[in-house]
Design a protein around this ligand. Structure first.
Ligand code: ACO
Length: 707
């Protein structure tokens, strides 16, 4: 028998108290007791109300201390102002979990009391779900302790929602869609228990095969990433996140920050974790219902069977969009399907049975595809025709589905009039994956393939990257003595050295003579940049000169820089200029890392120049990252083919980018007082010729925080 953890008792309580249980059928305190009783909860039920009496045949206890047995969870349905006292009573009774339905806490500005309750509960060995939630449903013990409409079907899908109202609406919706649930829970204000705690339980819950998370905002994202990576190894995890807009992105401290719409980060990190992101709740429901019953495919190649060329073509498009490969061995296709179709049909994939196809033709074609081990999934499409009654298809689809559902993924799409719609809805109610739109059907198959790919990819751990944290902190500390939260050019050079990044050669020159010598030493062409802690935006101040090819140009540029900088800021303390090797052109990329408000340390990569400014072609990962994840991040950007080499160009130094990404990931993870790192540009040369960090910018807190 498995030993129960903390959270187990939340989902498998042996006894439930309802504090605020009411005889008044209009009250939430009545609805909760009613749902618990009607659902057939297997444990003890203790309604609590100082008025006493009976509700639904159960004795009402005046208070918790009057209850003789132990209580695992207390569902609290009394006004906010009485909640803390009730929590104290729960502590005295050694209750394990508090499910606080009551509103009136941080969501209306009463954060202080909410914090106090959560802290008090933890001190007394209790965990808090809520407040401001609709309750909890758990099929393990047939518990519906919500004030929802009832009628939840037991099943294999767990739903965790941040929105209570949406959660309640989902109760009815799941029942209408015949979607069976193992768990339904809202996290509300997340004063204590959050999605990560719930995922810990669900990871080991045998009844749960699919987890659907509705999220609005992420707190404590590094923990969520860690647990999601684990859970997606053996469960399908689907997420819908509201708020795709840029609002909520952290204030941009650097260029990298300004690019980082919160949603793009969320999207990249969910992919990193193997989570399937659905566009909306309907898509999530479609996926959840499909994934709950379907086996993993044995391979990548699907077959489309259709009676209409048009929907066949559309489905082919949808397969490309959702990453579903089509079986393509023409000889085998002909051999398999020619005997079961009219002579004018097409056995190419899509297999077109033509508008003349009968229900028997469908049956024979599906049977041929389903029985062939090299055809790994079947998409069966039907366009209504006048030649046979669509109703004749029902037993065919049902039989084929029942026979093969444990063995091979099958999805159906039926398109037509009222009769077809009735059939579709009837088969869906039976749990058969039938869709009106081919895109919806293929989207389900695409989700399955992504999940399959994820679970087939061996788990990997970021390799240990050696970072000399003491040397890093020493550089930061010297800047802090100067009351700076950013590095000057020379310090950035030192940092690059500590990290083992290749930067252009550079020499600090304090006067014109030194500048000329430095240029001679480095070799032409050179770049010259002003060095002053009072001038951060050097180009704006006229403090940068590029492509200086001889001594005269160096002299002219030096004088011009000094003049413009004085005009820009008369009292600026100018230490001199930095003379830098002018780097050879290559592919300009941008690579950065920062502390994200939601996910903690993250790494970012994109193509530089106009790509980053206009096209925002960037990808993110939660740090630290493994070599494989770093590669995945680099290949995620739309312009990745440029790095692979287009039009006869050679492949670029992708491994060099990966190395830099891993180093920045390790640095931002280990040194949490560094808030932003940006290398812009990181110039990438042909394979074998390395990468060069032209400009390294680092922002950090002026007070130290070492982990
Ligand atoms: N112990 C036990 N019972 C008590 C106690 C106590 N300490 N104090 C009061 N009670 C009883 C009351 O006497 C009453 O019983 P009665 O009907 O026999 O008189 C019962 O508990 C409920 O108390 P009321 O004062 O009647 O409160 P009411 O039921 O109107 O409201 C509630 C309580 C539902 C918790 C309300 O304050 C609230 O927060 N509502 C919002 C809930 C919500 O929406 N949560 C988020 C869900 S998610 C979403 O967004 C949909």
């Amino acid at each position: 028998m498995k030993t129960k953890t903390d959270v187990d008792y939340l989902f498998e309580p042996r006894a439930v108290a309802v504090i605020g249980a009411s005889q008044n059928t209009a009250k939430i305190g009545y609805r909760v007791v009613e749902n618990i009783v009607r659902r057939g909860y297997k444990g003890q039920i203790y309604p609590i109300n100082p008025k006493g009496g009976e509700v639904l045949g159960l004795k009402i206890y005046p208070d918790l201390s009057a209850v003789e047995g132990d209580v695992d969870i207390a569902v609290i349905t009394i006004p906010a102002r009485f909640v803390f006292d009730a929590v104290k009573e729960c502590a005295a009774k050694h209750v394990k979990h508090l499910v606080i339905i009551s509103s009136g806490f941080s969501e209306v500005g009463n954060a202080e009391e909410e914090r106090e309750i959560a802290a008090y509960a933890r001190e007394h060995g209790m965990r808090v779900l809520g407040p401001n939630i609709f309750g909890i449903y758990s099929s393990a013990v047939s518990l519906d302790a919500t004030f929802g409409p009832g009628g939840i079907l037991p099943g294999r899908v767990a739903i965790i929602t941040q929105s209570g109202a949406l959660g309640i609406a989902m109760i009815g919706k799941t029942a209408a869609e015949s979607l069976g649930l193992s768990v339904l829970v809202s996290v509300g204000n997340k004063s204590d228990i959050d999605e990560s705690d719930l995922l810990e339980y669900l990871a080991n819950d045998e009844a749960t095969k699919v987890i659907f998370l509705y999220i609005e905002g992420v707190k404590d994202g590094d923990r969520l990433v860690e647990i999601l990576k684990r859970v997606t190894r053996n469960k399908h995890v689907i997420v819908v996140k509201a708020g795709r807009s840029k609002r909520g992105a952290m204030a941009a401290a650097s260029h990298t920050g300004s690019l980082a719409g919160a949603d793009e980060i969320f999207d990249s990190i969910m992919r990193q974790c193997g989570v399937l992101r659905a566009e909306n709740v309907q898509e999530a429901f479609d996926w959840a219902r499909f994934l709950a019953d379907v086996p993993f495919p044995k391979g990548k190649e699907a077959v489309i069977i259709t009676n209409g060329g048009g929907i066949g073509v559309m489905t082919t498009d949808a397969c490309e969009k959702y990453g579903v490969d089509l079986y393509d061995d023409q000889a085998v296709l002909k051999e398999t399907f020619a005997p079961v179709m009219p002579s004018f049909g097409s056995s190419k994939n899509p297999v077109d049975l033509t508008g003349q196809a009968t229900a028997e033709d469908y049956e024979r074609a599906m049977e041929a595809a389903l029985a062939n081990d090299d055809m790994h999934a079947v998409l069966s499409l039907y366009c209504e025709t006048a030649l046979f009654d669509a109703g004749e298809l029902v037993p065919v689809l049902r039989n084929e589905y029942q026979r093969y559902k444990g063995k091979k993924p099958i999805v159906f799409s039926l398109f037509g009039g009222e009769k077809v719609e009735i059939i579709t809805s009837k088969l869906r109610k039976e749990g058969i994956p039938v869709f009106a739109d081919v895109y919806d059907a293929v989207s389900c198959l695409g989700a399955l393939y992504r999940s399959w790919h994820n679970s087939n990819t061996p788990a990997d751990e970021p390799e240990e990257i050696q970072i000399d944290v003491l040397a890093v902190e020493a550089i930061l500390d010297r800047a802090r003595e100067d009351k700076r939260g950013f590095l000057l050019a020379g310090e950035a050079q030192q940092m690059a050295k500590v990290l083992g990044l290749s930067m252009p050669r550079s020499i600090l020159a304090r006067n014109l003579d030194e500048a000329v010598h430095a240029a001679e030493k480095i070799g032409y062409p050179v770049v010259m940049k002003v060095v002053s802690k009072d001038i951060i935006h050097k180009s704006d101040a006229g403090g940068v000169a590029l492509d200086l090819v001889n001594q005269n140009e160096v002299i002219d540029a030096y004088q011009a820089i000094m003049r413009s900088c004085r005009e820009y800021k008369a009292d600026a303390l100018i230490q001199g200029v930095e003379v830098v090797e002018m780097v050879k052109p290559g592919v300009e990329t941008i690579i950065g890392a920062r502390q994200d408000a939601s996910f903690g340390p993250i790494v970012m990569f994109g193509l530089g120049g106009i790509y980053v400014e206009v096209m925002k072609d960037v990808a993110f990962r939660a740090a630290p990252i493994s070599r494989r994840e770093a590669h995945a991040m680099v290949s995620d950007i739309r312009s990745y083919p440029l790095l692979l080499g287009v039009r006869g160009e050679k492949r670029k130094e992708i491994d060099g980018i990966v190395d830099v990404a891993m180093k920045l990931g390790a640095l931002i993870d280990r040194c949490r007082d560094i808030t932003d790192i940006e290398i812009n540009p990181l110039v990438v040369y042909e394979h074998g010729q390395g990468v060069k960090a032209v400009d390294v910018r680092i922002l950090f807190q002026t007070t130290r925080e070492v982990r």
